[in-house]
Design a protein around this ligand. Structure first.
Ligand code: UGA
Length: 437
């Protein structure tokens, strides 16, 4: 099949590379020339394991990138995915400008594509956006009609940063939302995913557009709320001197709860959970419903970094003193610092007048954080970061932090605040776990 993909962020590029790996011919469209050049040279524009290898294999043979939507016509695109960003507005709602602009630009060439092309929204959009924003934008510039001349579908992604390729290749489920067009858009989606559907027993949810849009938000909101719930319980555990990880291990044995996403600590960050939970809360309020539990999940999440700082304050006054921050990325194995819990930690330390020294095993994460906090000193290894520090706050669960031991002896006050349960309590350090003793 010939598949177009508009947008070459981490979702668009992962989908493009994986669809090429399925044996499809793929053309990506992006406004950014340097991204297009990188893709055509087989280089990943985002840092994601296994992505570079796939791009290298398929670029120039079955995978091409362009800045020109017209190229989709000669290419003969049968299905075009929209994988454009939906950034957050001030009030938490999503900004659909990019998706709408992409749909309008695609609409300009839609009439020149053969047969009954199908446009698939991959971007995370609130219920109604595909039908009320994307469809009309495509119709406006193409002069064509949804479900008569072209198909419209919504196919959310459930890829995690750091394992996006593996997640795409081994999905828990596929969600195909389509408008009522005699299953033509649905058939197109089934053909796109045929290699995976033939090879694996993957549940397929065939549903409507709004349902597909909401399933994506519900998925992320549920997982984020689950982490906030174990954090809330973890905070109670700490008050009673109980280990939240022991409690989590036990409750995770209940199939109805499951052991996943029960790691309590500094909370959730990244480009998805914070944005998506706020967006669905804002969208629900717009409809007249106030989702109190999801708002509480956000509040608990906001509180966790403050609780780490409070624990530090109980042991040491850091004004004018060196304080180490270990971990800047929002989770291990990425350089992404968007909404990282390290951000409120650094802000809190700045308010306290501390001299902040930070380290992340991924140097690109430090580079990204430097843009926001140029005054923080970023070092290349843990020992000099800890040296002379009055306290250390561990914010990201990078596996290598669990090997730290004698490095803590380099600190002038050995106050260790562990937000991710990666360090063992031992003699000679003042150790505070966030949700355990
Ligand atoms: C998340 C979802 O897991 C994906 O399914 C979804 O496709 C993606 O958002 C998206 O919407 O694009 P991601 O943000 O990459 O993926 O990362 P997760 O592994 O889900 O972790 C999110 C945050 O929760 C991290 O900050 C992590 O440290 C935190 N977390 C996770 C915990 O604090 N405890 C846990 O037990 C699990």
């Amino acid at each position: 099949m010939n598949i177009g993909i508009v947008g070459s962020g981490y979702v668009g590029t992962t989908v493009a590379a994986c669809l090429a790996d399925f044996g499809h011919e793929v053309m990506t469209v992006d406004v950014d020339e340097s991204t297009v050049t990188a893709l055509n040279e087989g280089e990943a524009p985002v840092s994601e394991p296994d992505l570079g290898g796939l791009l290298d294999r398929y670029a120039g043979s079955t995978l091409w990138a362009t800045t020109d939507y017209d190229d989709l016509v000669d290419f003969g695109a049968e299905v075009v995915f929209l994988a454009l960003p939906t950034p957050a507005n001030e009030d938490g709602s999503i900004d659909t400008t990019y998706v709408e602009a992409g749909a309008e630009a695609l609409g300009e060439v839609l009439g020149d594509l053969d047969g009954y092309p199908t446009v698939v929204v991959k971007s995370t959009v609130t219920p109604g956006t595909t039908e009320d924003v994307v469809g009309p934008a495509l119709e406006r510039t193409s002069g064509l009609r949804v479900a008569e001349d072209f198909g419209l579908a919504m196919n959310p992604e459930f890829l995690r940063e750091g394992s996006a390729v593996a997640d795409f290749q081994n999905p828990d489920k596929l969600v195909f939302g389509t408008s009522d067009d005699g299953d033509r858009a649905l058939d197109a989606l089934e053909a796109v995913y045929a290699p995976i559907l033939d090879a694996q027993d993957v549940p397929v949810v065939r549903t409507g557009l709004r349902e597909a849009e909401l399933i994506k938000y519900a998925n992320n909101a549920f997982l984020a709320a689950k982490v906030s719930l174990i954090n809330d319980i973890g905070n109670i555990c700490k008050e009673f001197g109980v280990d939240a990880y022991e409690v989590a291990d036990a409750i995770g044995l209940d199939d109805r709860i499951s052991e996943q996403f029960l790691r309590s600590g500094a909370g959730w960050g990244g480009s998805c959970f914070p944005k998506d939970v706020s967006a669905i809360v804002a969208a629900a309020r717009e409809q007249g419903y106030d989702p109190e539990l999801l708002q509480a999940a956000i509040d608990v999440n906001d509180r966790q970094p403050q609780r780490m700082l409070d624990l530090m304050d109980q042991h040491v006054d850091v004004e004018g003193e060196r304080v180490a921050v270990l971990g800047l990325a929002f989770k291990p194995h990425t350089d992404d610092v968007r909404n990282s819990r390290a951000i409120p930690i650094v802000e809190g330390l700045q308010e306290r007048g501390a001299d902040i020294i930070a380290y992340d095993p991924n140097p690109a994460a430090a580079d990204n954080m430097r843009e926001r906090f140029p005054d923080v000193e970023y070092l290349a290894s843990p020992s000099p970061t800890l040296s002379g520090a009055h306290a250390v706050l561990i914010v990201t669960d990078w596996p290598e932090f669990s090997d730290l031991d004698r490095e803590f002896d380099l600190m002038s006050e050995r106050v260790v605040i562990d937000g991710r349960r990666v360090v063992d309590r031992r003699e000679g350090i003042t150790y505070e776990g966030l949700t355990w003793e």
